[in-house]
Design a protein around this ligand. Structure first.
Ligand code: PAZ
Length: 318
């Protein structure tokens, strides 16, 4: 089934309730950093949902824990970028991603003395916590990171377009790093029932429609000067590079980072019109907990600098 146009999508799907607040935050953030000539990256992270009911009990989800996006955001901050971190609510976030589950509580010890109870970090955890806490505090004190969140695919598109509108003025100093896993299929608003689908009515037949491809207006209309990096996730190796190349050919953006679900944390392939470059972590690096995003972000930052030079922008060191 053919997808409707992106204009139609925005006409039919209303903005989320907190949209104007987020738009103001995005505008203030971009204007402040633009004023100082800073580079700004929009990192999208996590998966979008497609609700099956307006009062949503059930939804179709896209797989992504948010590891790629949250880790990359930290490396962009290290490289001197201002970061808009646009993520799926409750997916991994920069800095706190290191302490999921019980990890943070396990690093603490408590001296239970009634009203004089004290809580402290265990001596052998200080070396782990301190460097992350220092980077977190520094990023927040400098106002270098803005968090905005989405859940459904339509919330994602509204935020994406609003962020692009703010980044348009930043020109070639803006980068879009689109690591979120965005639904390819959705149910048009007028076909979504208001209330929970009842099993008593029998097994529902749900027809999904194609989501319009937002990369086309994004590259051509919304942020034509920006350095745009999209991601391609596949599970079949034979499709990975052909599909990455086809996306570049179709949307004419700067780079596709191709990865396979099974190996995404230790192998990525950077596909641009001129090069195909693989980054692979060694077994030792994987064991040592090295993030592949460290090398990935370094390489993309280098290519962004070339893009800025080609457009006459001064490249400031991190
Ligand atoms: O968030 P995560 O680390 O679990 O996964 C990252 C990823 C595989 C979702 C990302 O690298 C990616 O490929 N995003 C684009 C997905 C897509 O093709 O829609």
């Amino acid at each position: 089934m053919a997808s409707g146009s992106w204009e139609e999508f925005f006409a039919v799907h209303l903005p989320p309730p907190d949209f104007e607040d987020n738009r103001s935050l995005l505008k203030e953030f971009c204007e402040r950093h633009d004023q100082y000539g800073n580079k700004i990256v929009l990192v999208t992270s996590g998966g979008t949902t497609v609700p099956l009911e307006h009062n949503t009990v059930r939804f179709v989800d896209n797989f992504s824990a948010g590891t790629r996006g949250s880790s990359s955001a930290e490396y962009f901050l290290e490289q001197g970028y201002a970061v808009i971190f646009m993520h799926r609510l409750k997916s991994l976030e920069p800095f706190t991603r290191h302490f999921t589950g019980q990890k943070l509580l396990d690093m603490l010890e408590i001296q239970d003395r009634g009203p004089n109870t004290t809580i402290s970090v265990k001596p052998d955890s200080v070396d782990v916590l301190a460097p992350i806490l220092l980077r977190y505090k520094a990023a927040h004190a400098a106002g270098a990171i803005l968090h905005v969140s989405f859940t459904s695919v339509s919330e994602y598109f509204w935020l994406l377009r609003a962020a692009c509108e703010c980044l348009a003025n930043v020109g070639a100093r803006a980068m879009l790093y689109l690591a979120a896993a965005v639904s390819d299929f959705y149910i048009p608003k007028d076909r979504v029932p208001t209330h929970k689908i009842q099993s008593a009515s029998g097994a529902p037949i749900i027809q999904l429609h194609l989501v319009p491809k937002m990369l086309a207006p994004l590259v051509n209309l919304w942020v034509p000067e920006a350095y745009v990096v999209s991601f391609k996730l596949e599970t079949d190796e034979s499709l990975l590079i052909p599909k990455a190349r086809a996306a570049l050919e179709k949307y004419k953006h700067k780079m596709v980072v191709a990865n396979l679900l099974q190996t995404r944390h230790h192998r990525v392939i950077l596909v641009s019109p001129d090069i195909t470059q693989e980054i692979v972590l060694t077994r030792e690096e994987v064991h040592a907990g090295v993030d592949i995003e460290s090398s990935l972000v370094s390489e993309i930052v280098r290519l962004h600098a070339l893009h800025m030079c080609a457009r006459g922008e001064r490249v400031s060191p991190p």
